[in-house]
Write a protein that binds this ligand. Sequence first.
Ligand code: BGC
Length: 544
Amino acid sequence: MGNPLRRIFKTEEKTEGSTFMAVFVGLFAACGGLLFGYDTGLINGVLAMPYVLKHFPQDHPGINGGEGYFTSSEHSLIVSILSVGTFVGAMLAPFLNDTIGRRLTLIFSCAVVFNIGVILQVASHSVPLLIAGRVIAGLGVGLLSSTVPLYQSEASPKWIRGAVVSCYQFAITIGLLLASCVNQGTKDLNSSASYRVPFAIQFVFSIFLSLGMFFLPETPRFYISKSKNDDAMNSLSRLRKLPVNHPALVDELGEIVANYEVELSQGSSSWADCFSFSNSQFKRLMTGIFIQAFQQLTGINFIFYFGTTFFKNSGIKNGFTITLITNIVNVICTIPGILLVDVIGRRKLLISGAIGMSTSELLIAIIGATTNSDAANKCMIAFTCTFIAFFASTWGTGAWVVTGEIFPLRTRAKSIAMSTASNWLWNFAIAFATPYLVDDAPGSARLKSNVFFIWGGCNFLCILFAWALVYETKGLSLEDVDDLYEKIPRAWKSKHYVPVEHKFSRAIAGDQVYDETKADFQNIEDTKSGALLEHRSASISDSV
Ligand code: BGC
């Protein structure tokens, strides 16, 4: 597996040990994306099912076996309540991640929290229980959504980290696609199976993920943050498939320990520390929060949440076909994103993607505002597909990759949580506000296709944001990323950064490390971290 992958990713570096296990672990955790995508993609279809419309609406219920309908407020509450749960879940994640660990958090969030939410949704036969189920399932998805990229980034080898984290996005897109297929398969059943089957299928994903995680290792970086160096060594040895105390492991772990100690010397790891200006922590936090906000402001969920209605108004009758096409484009175009993120790097990927998205959306808006013909409608649909293709191959994957890797270990879980919560907050705000912007109804701004001027404008801001704030982290270890932020003051200069820590730690540890026993490991790490501290202080005073 190593050689072809290394050729694609053009890695020069020879890392010892197997890459297979670390990649497998990261890919397995990506299955959390299935839950994320499936759960968010399910509800719109469920609320349009004839059986659900006969039995669920409360204000306008079905009479004599006929269909009722959901009022806007019922509809918007059932759809958006998930985001309340996901937001809270994402913010709660660090309390678990930093105490019981990344792996147990993943197991707890699917096996306990998410499954309780699914049980309530399957059992529901009216709106209140359905809403309770959505909130609790949302808590589980929120916990997962900020833990998966954290776990993947900490477990993956650096040269393929971007691709591994991108697979989380790939799983999200597959989850969205599966939801639309399952809905289509059960929607016409004239029994509660029409909605219970799609809800119950979520058990398969959550049980699969939690059982699998049971057998996978915790990340070495979590153990280091708990001063459990032996456990960290065992975990790294499982990930790299090398014997404990192998020189390459000692070196890699030494790097992590030394870096963590440097971080600790700079302050504690409280929530307030996430906002500190030291070591660019505040800049990194703003990068994480805004990259997730901008990912939502691209307008992607306008297509996934409201696309069916929008396309119908453009003269296309079969809403399912359109939903299916947009979902398939989303899945397929994520694949180039997975390959490109570690080849062309984060900055080029995000900047070129935002240019592509902005152009596609402005073209949709201009065509919609100036012409009204069949040909014009078809062009709008074609540009919608190019927009999704650009999103899927760039910002879809890129936002999660950047969020997973830019934070220092001591504040990583909390900072990733705040960034992910920003994704859910904007997800909610856009889902909630869009009908008021677009619909042809009293009280709405009636923007219709002009709303694409807003999304196109936001994507223009995405270009500036990525240029000004996203650092190039391709091929760097998470510890190199710390050094990068310390040494390079401007994101657009980050591609010139040359990592020195590896050479440095090897120079400090020297060949003697290879002969050291486990008992001596700590001493060597003390030496390294002490020297690294001096090295860092020197470089800080140089830059001052
Ligand atoms: C976004 C979701 C979106 C999905 C589409 C994710 O990265 O966070 O909001 O629905 O991509 O593929």
